[in-house]
Design a protein around this ligand. Structure first.
Ligand SMILES: Nc1ncnc2c1ncn2[C@@H]1O[C@H](COP(=O)(O)OP(=O)(O)OP(=O)(O)O)[C@@H](O)[C@H]1O
Ligand SMILES: [Mg+2]
Length: 273
């Protein structure tokens, strides 16, 4: 029995989708970002959302995590209907997912270790020693050195900030992890490290991971399925191999450039090794 949803394990196993979006419309004034958008994310998969700048990826993520309400349509996350959820249920639900934001979102006045421990400090009665130990473990897991825990966010490089933000997203060992542009702005070495990190987290927690990214290497190397956003909808959905064979012009735009071809060749080479 799940203490939060009240569902039995068997009932949970029968609902393979951890995210279900139906006929979601999002408008800002007269600007329509999503129109009757449908999207399902299955339990345990590494799922990516791609699309041009301004296609509504971050907004979609903000809707999934209750930071923005769509103009119409329904969203179910981990079995909860976001339209009808109570404040108390929403508070519990928020602890079942972790979010690494596009721009980090850490508090500049707290050191890294305190930033990572903050969700536990706010929502549990664990004592300080245990919180610091758990935060230190998440720091290591995210690939940062122990001494980084004592630094402040403005002192960190872009790559370190992303890892620190990820460490905080792991505070509650989330069953659902959202990563908004985890490799954007990193040099190729740092971006490569994030691929490995995503796989490690998936192996360790068996969580569902939703990634928003433009990074073709990451897409080829870690994702199970990818949704391509365009024209306010999902214009393509499938594995990278399946998408690479689809004809839609927005999808072709991703695969036909020189970067698209290099990433595909690289992924095929890695698969053969
Ligand atoms: N709070 C807001 N008020 C008005 N317009 C908004 C708001 N948030 C997003 N938008 C608009 O919605 C559209 C989608 O924005 P969003 O940030 O979701 O795009 P994105 O796909 O994440 O782009 P990027 O790849 O550049 O991060 C944009 O045209 C943006 O200007
Ligand atoms: Mg965005």
């Amino acid at each position: 029995m799940d203490a939060v949803t009240g569902q039995t394990d068997a009932a949970q196993a029968n609902t393979p989708n951890v995210i279900e979006m139906r006929k979601v419309c999002t408008r800002f004034g007269t600007h329509s970002v999503h129109t009757d958008l449908d999207l399902d994310v299955r339990r345990g998969e590494i799922f990516a959302i791609v699309g041009g700048s301004g296609s509504g990826k971050s907004t979609l993520l903000r809707e999934m995590i209750m930071l923005h309400r769509p103009s119409s349509g329904s969203i179910k996350i981990l079995g909860a209907d976001l339209q009808t959820i109570s404040e108390e249920e929403a508070m519990i639900l928020r602890q079942r997912w972790g979010v690494m934001f596009q721009h980090g979102g850490l508090f500049g006045t707290l050191n890294v270790l305190d930033n990572i421990g903050l969700p536990l400090r706010e929502h549990t009665r664990l004592d300080d020693t245990l919180i610091n130990e758990l935060a230190a473990w998440k720091l290591t897991l995210s690939g940062l050195k122990p001494e980084t825990g004592l630094q402040y966010p403005p002192e960190l490089s872009g790559g370190m900030l992303k890892r620190a933000s990820l460490a905080r997203a792991l505070a509650f060992d989330p069953e659902l992890l959202f990563l908004d542009e985890p490799t954007a702005g990193l040099d190729p070495g740092g971006a490569g490290g994030i691929d490995t990190l995503v796989r490690t987290l998936h192996d360790l927690y068996r969580s569902t991971i939703v990634i928003i990214t433009h990074d073709l290497d990451l897409l080829w190397q870690v994702t199970d399925r990818v949704a391509v956003l365009g024209e306010g909808k999902v214009v393509g959905l499938g594995s990278m191999m399946e998408l690479s064979q689809m004809d839609h012009p927005i999808i072709r735009g991703y695969f036909d450039g020189p970067r698209g071809r290099t990433a595909q060749e690289q992924a095929q080479k890695l698969n053969k090794e």
